[in-house]
Design a protein around this ligand. Sequence first.
Ligand code: SME
Length: 149
Amino acid sequence: MFDVLRPLVSSIIDSNNSSDVKMQDICELIKAEVPHYDWVGFYFKNGDKRELKLGAYAGEPTDHNIIPFGKGICGQVAESNQNFIVPDVKAQDNYIACSITVKAEIVIPLFMNEENIGQIDIDSNTANPFTKDDEHFLEFVNSEVAKIL
Ligand code: SME
């Protein structure tokens, strides 16, 4: 599945659309094609502030447009610069719930010139669905997006 999606992501990056449209198209593509992706979004550092701001996303609207560094899974990744897989969100103390249907989450930092400038965040309604394959695929997606920022 991910091997089929990689060239599709690259073709979105190579299209003539704006960066915002490209990121929106990527969110919609991977949410539609990966069965265990139920919400897909990009958060980016909000200027000079120690907070993340929601960019493109596909799935239900969320109240969490702004997430302070350190808060929730996303805010922790903003500080750790590390991939974060949460197999069971109920087992996390520092977690911000967006929807009661969400069972698992993966957040992968997005680097530009080796600086952590944002992240891709995926919520899943399936328990413990994420593997190394998801990590590698989402690292690829972020490296592609970094080219257009
Ligand atoms: N669950 C995230 C918040 C963002 S929503 O999933 C869209 C977190 O704990 O950081």
